[in-house]
Design a protein around this ligand. Structure first.
Ligand SMILES: [Zn+2]
Length: 488
């Protein structure tokens, strides 16, 4: 059931997913009783998809579309955009607003998601993706765009950098007009804001940590009457980026000592590019030293084995104007953070199988980044089958491993344990390591600072996209430190 949050002082926001969990993000902002905007249309995943059979594996659009005037996307992670094909399938024919980078990435992401989870019919996939592509309305960051007027309420939106992944946006919706709409000019709409006649509702989407590699920090809105804020890491604090990079270097050194491969399962969008950025940094800073006896950092091979990661990395490379100042400086110094000379990209399936076989035979010391991030599918599985039983191999987790996935099983079992991959049992002799913080989400400190920095404070913060513990911990901090009303 969608959860409806409603009170007299707030515009209605109906949550069709992502209110109490971390997948399926989909929020409907009612502008008037008969017109609304949808912010995100994400897929339910893992346990959240399985727990509700009516969602038919996380795909279902179980809400009416006739009032929908537009869809706004915060970013291209599938838990925020993966239900779009089903929204179109259910009859939606309106515009889909997003940033320019999101418009470039979305077709890649949806194509991949449809092939993995829905159909292998190439022609059908292309038709669905093309159907969505033509509804996209790419908007530059930082510019207001008027969407229209419905029953006297005029709505406009502005997208601001969210620092999470390339193209990610904080969505600001401003409504002005009719007094009885609950939004623009209504009593509740302006209460406490000091700005008569308008109401601003801000959706954070997923917010990045302030020091995310490659991307600028999230932009803070100047005003938010209602703030719909993500809370994924509302109960956690990340380690500092420089500490994390040093730990990555130490794990690489340890892994290479016994001359085997270091396998890193990673998601294609965001994490892979952050990892490449930090690997290039380590190699550049230690160029003249040896990573291990007889192997200078300069000769260390970094293999990216994922066609999807390759295509996304290309878009990251093309859109250098969106990089942060630090990354631009690295480029100005003549370095190439996402295409350095030690990096090898594997594309075809044949080449992939050859690489797996070659590493199994030679145990050549190198780093392999392959999708998927939780080892539940994708090319990483072949590497694990071939190399997990070899004690020279090391495996490094850089992201959350959901319960029930092989990744979680391997982490829990550790070296000496076992894991089932595609129906067959495998012994784990490889070394197992983990580093957090590549998840590209703001932690509790960052989220509190984000709200604190808004000059005209929200009269209501509604927490979404977080487990119960995370929401509760963040709500307590926000009440204590910022003094705002919070719905957790
Ligand atoms: Zn995300």
């Amino acid at each position: 059931m969608p959860s409806v949050i409603q009170n007299r002082q707030s515009p209605n926001i109906i949550h069709h997913g992502g209110r109490f969990g971390v997948t399926g993000s989909c929020h409907e902002l009612q502008l008037t009783p008969s017109s609304s905007l949808l912010v995100d249309c994400g897929l339910f995943q893992g346990a959240e998809a399985a727990s509700d059979k009516e969602r038919r594996g996380g795909f279902a659009i179980d809400f009416p579309l006739e009032n929908l005037q537009g869809v706004v996307l915060t970013h291209v992670h599938v838990d925020h955009c993966g239900r779009l094909p089903f929204l179109i399938g259910a009859g939606y024919r309106g515009p889909i607003y997003c940033t320019e980078a999101t418009a470039l990435l979305l077709p890649l992401v949806l194509e991949d998601a449809l092939k993995l989870g829905v159909t292998r019919d190439e022609a059908l996939v292309q038709r669905v993706v093309a159907g969505i592509d033509k509804r996209l309305v790419p908007l530059p960051y930082g510019e207001w765009r008027e969407l229209g007027t419905w029953d006297g309420v005029t709505a406009r939106i502005r997208l601001q950098p969210a620092g999470h992944i390339l193209g990610s946006a904080v969505v600001e919706v401003e409504a002005s007009g009719a007094r009885d709409s609950g939004l623009g000019g209504g009593e509740g709409g302006t209460r406490g804001s000091g700005l008569e006649g308008t109401c601003r509702v801000v959706f954070s989407g997923d917010l990045g940590a302030p020091d995310t590699p490659l991307l600028p920090d999230p932009a803070v809105p100047e005003r938010a009457d209602i703030l719909v804020l993500e809370s994924t890491y509302g109960d956690r604090l990340h380690e500092e980026r420089k500490d994390r990079t040093e730990r990555l270097r130490q794990i690489i050194v340890r892994a290479l000592k016994n001359r085997g491969a270091l396998l890193i399962p990673a998601f294609s969008i965001g994490r892979t590019q952050e990892l490449l950025y930090e690997l290039e940094e380590i190699i550049a800073l230690h160029r003249s030293e040896e990573a291990t006896a007889g192997l200078p950092w300069d000769d260390l091979e970094v293999v990216v084995d994922s066609p999807m990661a390759r295509r996304v990395t290309e878009v990251y490379r093309e859109l250098q104007p969106l990089w942060d100042a630090e990354a631009k400086q690295v480029v100005a110094a003549g370095r190439h953070p996402l295409s350095f000379e030690q990096m090898t990209v594997i594309d075809s399936h044949e080449e992939h199988l050859q690489t797996v076989a070659y590493l199994k035979k030679t145990a050549r010391p190198c780093i392999v980044i392959a999708a998927g991030g939780m080892c539940a599918g994708g090319r990483i599985v072949n590497y694990l089958k071939a190399l997990l039983g070899d004690e020279r191999t090391d495996l490094l987790f850089v992201g959350y491993q959901a319960s029930g996935t092989p990744g979680r099983e391997i982490r829990e079992q550790g070296t000496g344990g076992g894991v089932e991959l595609e129906g067959k049992g495998y012994r784990i002799r490889a070394g197992i390591h983990a580093i957090g913080g590549y998840s590209a989400h703001a932690d509790r400190r960052n989220l509190v600072d984000f709200v604190k920095a808004i000059p005209l404070k929200p009269r209501l913060v509604r927490l979404v996209h977080g487990e119960e513990d995370a929401r509760r911990a963040l709500a307590a901090k926000l009440r204590e430190e910022v003094g705002v009303e919070v719905e957790e």
